[in-house]
Design a protein around this ligand. Structure first.
Ligand code: PMM
Length: 270
């Protein structure tokens, strides 16, 4: 899954694809580089981000979705709002990617049930402005899995087809850098849930921290977001090898190769 953030403020690519024509060109490139799905979002969820207006979100994503669908590309819409998701599906998107996993807008799972579209349910506790105040867990992996199971059950309860559900542990959402690494080390616990697993580590801050340039005594200078793609591809190989179904990334060429490598090795271990 390649990412096109049509936002001025995403940490990873904010402001680069704000203009619809540029965003469409970029999505086409991601698909040409190996993405099977292009994920289009209009609202940044970086830590501390504030919500934007629903009309503005729709204004940003709809022309990009329509443009990519016209090119024959499979599009997911990254939104927490059922209203935006409905318009996106009407514009030709086929997958809902809800980082709140149905918790921000209760109409979202009802929409997925009504239209039968696949929906990504991500582990989520709070909106981005406060989510990093909610990183306490008794048993990190077990707690995330249990909370995600509650979200999945809520979706099933309103009629979402079990075959339409994709789960995601939500790296960086109410999780510290260290917790993200623990989640990555235990992806099998999420694969075992029995739904396709999506993993989205691409360019996230914990990679910048790992790759920081030492500056004497301090924690070092973070590796900038646009220089985290090699590490992202390494995670792609590990996550694919652990059984992830989809890896969401900003730069698709290296990750598409990494997925093929992991699949080839897995073919020998079966
Ligand atoms: N992370 C971001 C945005 N959308 N969707 C899913 N399913 N999982 C994620 O972890 C996720 C997401 C934030 O990253 P971005 O600013 O690079 O898009």
């Amino acid at each position: 899954m390649g990412v096109v953030n049509v936002t001025p403020d995403s940490f990873s690519d904010g402001g680069k694809w704000l203009d619809a024509a540029t965003a469409i060109r970029h999505g086409i490139e991601l698909a040409a580089d190996g993405a099977d799905i292009v994920d289009v979002g209009g609202e940044s969820t970086r830590p501390g981000a504030l919500r934007i207006d629903e009309a503005e979100e729709a204004r940003r994503v709809l022309p990009v979705i329509a443009g990519l669908v016209a090119e024959g590309i499979c599009v997911s819409v990254d939104t927490m709002r059922a209203g935006t998701a409905r318009l996106a599906l009407e514009a030709g998107a086929t997958i809902i990617n809800d980082v709140s996993g149905g918790r921000a807008d209760p109409a979202m799972t009802r929409l997925a049930a009504e239209v039968g579209s696949p929906i990504v349910l991500m582990h989520w506790r709070e909106h981005s402005d406060t989510m990093q105040n909610h990183t306490q867990y008794d048993d990190l992996v077990a707690d995330i899995r249990a909370e995600l199971t509650v979200q999945v059950e809520a979706a099933l309860a309103v009629g979402v087809d079990p075959g339409a559900i994709i789960v995601d542990p939500g790296l960086g959402f109410s999780k510290t850098g260290a917790q993200n690494w623990t989640v990555l080390a235990h992806l099998d616990a999420f694969v075992e849930m029995g739904y396709p697993l999506l993993v989205a580590a691409s360019r996230k801050r914990f990679l910048g921290e790992l790759l920081a340039t030492p500056t004497g005594s301090g924690p070092g200078e973070l590796r900038p977001a646009d220089r985290r793609d090699d590490a992202t591809a390494a995670i792609t190989a590990l996550a694919a090898s652990a059984g992830a179904w989809c890896i969401r990334v900003h730069e698709t060429a290296a990750s598409a190769d990494a997925v093929r490598v992991a699949a080839r090795v897995r073919a020998e271990t079966r």
